[in-house]
Write a protein that binds this ligand. Structure first.
Ligand code: ZN
Length: 383
């Protein structure tokens, strides 16, 4: 599987080792300079595919080397810089990034059928009613076109009717093209054997604009836990289900803060999702409260749903013949992830379990206070 990373890393080469057992001892490392040295940069070349870290990174870091390191030979400098970099990005992650770069290069000759993906014109893709709501940019304007059948699950129409066929044709064409070239398509966990990653073959600009300019305003209003934090990365997928295509995913959460799921096409019955409550990392697999947290949603062609990535959900299996194509957009915020890591009381207003525990603690506190008050009153009465 391309991009999966087999951990081969770069430590096995004859080049200066950047990751071997001898390196694991912590050595005091001379500090990098705070100011780049743009004058005394060496003419050493780092254009060597065997190196774990790319020449661009090494060349940029070289400017910050302390003078005593800058005087060393090329291999010693690479060793020093790799030691520094390894504290921030592991050789395995580097290797994955390199594999992904190779993959993008391999498929770079694919030309999308629809050139409009490159030059995102909202009027060509989005419905006037949706554009109007976003331009007014208030909760009231959003609520006019969006309905919320269950807390924090929002359903709406946003795309022009011809968008759905365009996207299906593009995904099919890319798949056929890769097959003819004998290229193995990059798959991710949620794309199964027939899905494709839309960002890989020309839709990244389109999806980025969609995330920043149209999904982000909705998130600011409807998902308060983000506290206005930017959605700074995304992944877009095209998935197909049915016709012996993919086995359905079980109960899962998404690798996203917010997920947009658009039903492009559906034939016959099926296509239901069962939502079972939002949870923080710690409470991911705790039980759900059936009457409050269980919600069944049936996909409707042309409609999008927007929900938290941590809103647990699973497709409902059906034996009826069916076909469904969806576009799924995972929107992520690095700032939200930072806040989540460092703020322990962050979840009480959106994790079902945290909310329940916090309510329980509050009621225990009130009970104790009440008992204290009764004791004080009784004491006063018996005096
Ligand atoms: Zn929780």
């Amino acid at each position: 599987m391309v991009g999966g990373g087999d951990g081969t890393g770069g430590g096995r080469h004859s080049e200066p080792s950047v990751h071997n057992s001898e390196d694991t001892e912590e050595m005091p490392i001379p500090r990098l300079s705070l100011v780049p040295n743009n004058e005394e940069v060496s003419s050493d070349s780092y254009d060597d595919p065997k190196l774990v870290y790319s020449s661009i990174v090494l060349r940029s870091l070289e400017k910050y080397l302390p003078p005593e390191i800058l005087e060393l030979n090329r291999n010693e400098k690479i060793k020093y810089m790799s030691d520094v970099l390894r504290k921030y990005i592991s050789p395995e992650d580097c290797n994955k990034a390199q594999l992904y770069k190779n993959y993008r290069e391999m498929i770079s000759s694919y030309e999308p059928c629809y050139r409009g993906w490159y030059n995102f014109d909202p009027k060509l893709f989005l419905l006037p009613s949706f554009l109007e709501a976003i331009s007014v940019n208030t909760e009231a304007s959003f609520r006019r076109i969006i309905y919320e059948p269950h807390p924090s699950v929002f359903v709406f129409e946003m795309f022009q009717p011809d968008f759905f066929d365009k996207l299906i044709v593009e995904a099919e064409t890319f798949r056929k093209w890769a097959q003819e070239k004998n290229y193995q398509i990059r798959r991710l966990n949620n794309t199964g054997n027939y899905g494709v990653v839309l960002d890989d073959f020309g839709l990244d600009i389109f999806l980025n604009k969609l995330t920043q300019d149209f999904i982000f305003p909705l998130c600011k209003v409807f998902f308060h836990e983000l506290r206005g934090a930017m959605l700074d990365s995304h992944n877009g997928f095209f998935n197909e289900y049915g016709h012996e295509r993919d086995p359905e995913l079980g109960k899962h959460i998404d690798h996203s803060e917010i997920t947009l799921n658009v039903c492009l096409k559906k034939q016959l019955e099926g296509g239901e999702i069962l939502f079972t409550g939002t949870r923080c990392k710690k409470h991911m697999w705790t039980k759900y409260k059936a009457e409050q947290e269980m919600f069944r949603y049936t996909h409707i062609p042309g409609k999008a749903i927007l929900h938290r990535g941590r809103h647990r959900h699973s497709p409902i299996a059906t034996t009826a013949p069916r076909y469904r194509a969806n576009m799924i957009l995972y929107c992520r915020s690095s700032l939200f992830r930072e806040m989540e890591t460092y703020q322990k009381d962050y979840f009480s207003d959106w994790c079902g379990q945290c909310a329940q525990e916090s309510k329980f603690k509050e009621s225990q506190f009130l009970d104790t206070r009440r008992e204290e008050m009764i004791r004080i009153e009784d004491g006063a009465n018996t005096r």
